[in-house]
Write a protein that binds this ligand. Structure first.
Ligand code: F6P
Length: 456
C-alpha cells in the first residue's frame, strides 16, 4: 500500500471501532463518517486517529475502502489528554462553562504532546502540497504544528462544538497557544455564525491576527473563517425509516399502547439537559395530569466518558429523576418514563424516531445536535413534532421546530402540552418545512462546501 496520500483526515478517534468477539473492525455510524468515507475512497485518502483503547495502535490498514492510520495513546495520556484536558477543561469551557472547567498544567503538557504526535504523523503521511483536514477540539494545536513541519500543505480545521464567547475563552491559561495552533489553518470552519464571531473576537484580542475582509490575516497569510453547519445523510434515514415500520409499531405496542410517545436520544452528557427535561416532564404531570398521562417519555441515554466525575454524577441525577417520576405518576400498566442506558443500533434508532410523536432535543448548549436532524430526516410524511433548544446549533436552521429555553421548566412543560394538543395543520406546516431544510442541507452538501473552501 502506498504510504502517502494527498488527502488526509485527522480526528481524535478513527471512524471505526473494534468488535473483539468477531475480531474485526466496524465502521462507526454518524454524519461525519458517512460523508467522508466516499471522499476518502475516491481520493485514496488516509484517516489518522486513535483506536479508543490504551496502547493499541496496529500498523496502518485498509477497511471499508478507507486507509486508516492509528495513533497510539497510553493510559496516562488517556487520563490526562483525553479525560483531563479535552473533557474536563476544554469541553466544559467551550460549552459556556455549564460545569466548572478544571485547569491543570499536568493535563496541558500531555495535550500538547499528543497534538505533536498527530502532527508528526500527518507530516509523514501527507503527500507534497496535499490537503489535511483536522477535526475538533481535541486537536486544536495540530494546524499550527503541521504548518511548521509542512509549509506546503493546505490545512483545514472544523470545530464540531461551539467556540465560546471571548469573555469565557479568556480564562484559559493557554489561550494564546491554542489560537496559534488554530491559526495555522488556511480555513477554520465552525457550526454557527455565533462561533465564527466568537473566534474572530478571541483571535483579534489574544493573537497578532488582523481583520481581512470576512476573515483574518495572520503571519502574512490569509485565514478564511467559514460557517458550515454539519448535517446528516438525510436520504439514508428516510430509506431506513421506510423499512422499519414494523419495528416502530412493536415499540409503540410494547411501551405506549394508545399513548403519545415523547422521545429523547442523547449521549449521557450534562450539556444535553436530560435532567432539566425530566424536571419539565415532572411539571407537566403536576400541572396537566390528564394530558401528561396520555404520554410516555422514551429516554435513551448513550453511555459516554464514564471516567469523568461529572458524567457519573449526571447519570445518578438522571436515574434518580426517572425513578421519582415513575414512582409518583406511574401505576399498574403505566410507566411514564421508559429509560434505556445503552447505545442503539442504527435500525433500532430509526425505528424509535419513526415511533415518536414528539422529539425532545433540549440541550443547554450544543455545537449542532444531529439527533434533531436525524429525527426530521426519518419522517416519511409531514407528521411528528420537534421541540428544540434555542441553544443547539441546529436551531439556526430548524426554525420551524417548537423552540424553547431548556432552563425554563414552566415554558417547556407548557410546550409539551401544546405539542400533544397541536392541530394537524400546524404540525404538517412545521414538519414540511423542517424536512425540506434537512433534505436540502444534507451532510454531502456540508462536506462539498468545506472541501471547496479548502481547494479554492
Ligand atoms: O462532537 C463532539 C465529540 O467530542 C466528537 O469529537 C466525538 O466524536 C463525540 O463527541 C463523542 O465523544 P468521545 O469521542 O469523547 O466519545
Amino acid at each position: 500500500m502506498e504510504e502517502t496520500s494527498s488527502f488526509v483526515v485527522v480526528s481524535n478517534r478513527l471512524p471505526v471501532s473494534r468488535d473483539e468477539e468477531e475480531d474485526s473492525w466496524v465502521t462507526s455510524s454518524g454524519g461525519l463518517v458517512s460523508a467522508l468515507v466516499p471522499i476518502l475512497r475516491e481520493r485514496d485518502g488516509v484517516w489518522i486517529g486513535w483506536t479508543g483503547a490504551p496502547d493499541f495502535a496496529p500498523p496502518p490498514f485498509a477497511h471499508d475502502g478507507m486507509r486508516l492510520d492509528p495513533v497510539a495513546l497510553d493510559q496516562d495520556e488517556m487520563d490526562r489528554y483525553y479525560l483531563g484536558f479535552c473533557n474536563n477543561t476544554l469541553w466544559p469551557l467551550y460549552h459556556n462553562a455549564i460545569r466548572t472547567p478544571q485547569y491543570h498544567r499536568r493535563w496541558w503538557h500531555p495535550y500538547r504532546r499528543v497534538n505533536e504526535r498527530f502532527a508528526d504523523e500527518v507530516g509523514r503521511v501527507l503527500a507534497p502540497e496535499g490537503v489535511a483536514w483536522v477535526h475538533d477540539y481535541q486537536l486544536q494545536l495540530v494546524p499550527g504544528l503541521l504548518r511548521e513541519r509542512r509549509p506546503d500543505a493546505t490545512i483545514g480545521f472544523f470545530l464540531h462544538i461551539p467556540f465560546p464567547p471571548v469573555e469565557l475563552f479568556a480564562y484559559l491559561p493557554w489561550r494564546e497557544s491554542l489560537l496559534r495552533g488554530l491559526l495555522g489553518a488556511d480555513v477554520l470552519a465552525f457550526q454557527t455564525e455565533q462561533s465564527v464571531n466568537n473566534f474572530r473576537d478571541a483571535a483579534l484580542r489574544y493573537s497578532t491576527a488582523r481583520k481581512a475582509g470576512d476573515g483574518l490575516e495572520y503571519a502574512g497569510r490569509r485565514v478564511t473563517l467559514q460557517c458550515a453547519p454539519i448535517s446528516v445523510d438525510a436520504e439514508a434515514f428516510e430509506r431506513t425509516a421506510r423499512c422499519v415500520f414494523g419495528q416502530a409499531n412493536e415499540l409503540r405496542q410494547r411501551f405506549a399502547p394508545a399513548r403519545r410517545i415523547l422521545l429523547g436520544v442523547d449521549r449521557l452528557d450534562y450539556t444535553k439537559g436530560i435532567d432539566h427535561r425530566l424536571r419539565a416532564i415532572q411539571t407537566f404531570h403536576e400541572r396537566h395530569p390528564e394530558d401528561a398521562a396520555n404520554t410516555v417519555l422514551m429516554q435513551v441515554a448513550v453511555p459516554s466518558r464514564e471516567g469523568v466525575l461529572q458524567y457519573a454524577e449526571q447519570r445518578e441525577r438522571v436515574e434518580r429523576l426517572v425513578s421519582r417520576i415513575n414512582g409518583e405518576y406511574g401505576g399498574p400498566g403505566y410507566t411514564p418514563v421508559v429509560y434505556m442506558y445503552r447505545h442503539l443500533e442504527f435500525e433500532e434508532l430509526v425505528a424509535a424516531y419513526v415511533a415518536a410523536d414528539v422529539m425532545l432535543v433540549t440541550p443547554l448548549c450544543d455545537g449542532m445536535n444531529l439527533v434533531a436532524k436525524e429525527y426530521v430526516a426519518s419522517r416519511t410524511s409531514d407528521d411528528g413534532l420537534l421541540v428544540l433548544s434555542e441553544f443547539a446549533g441546529a436551531a439556526s436552521e430548524l426554525t420551524d421546530a417548537l423552540l424553547i429555553n431548556p432552563l425554563n421548566l414552566d415554558e417547556l412543560a407548557e410546550t409539551l402540552r401544546h405539542a400533544v394538543r397541536i392541530s394537524p395543520s400546524e404540525m404538517a406546516t412545521r414538519m414540511r418545512s423542517l424536512r425540506e431544510t434537512v433534505r436540502r442541507n444534507d451532510v454531502y452538501r456540508w462536506s462539498r462546501a468545506c472541501i471547496e473552501a479548502l481547494e479554492t
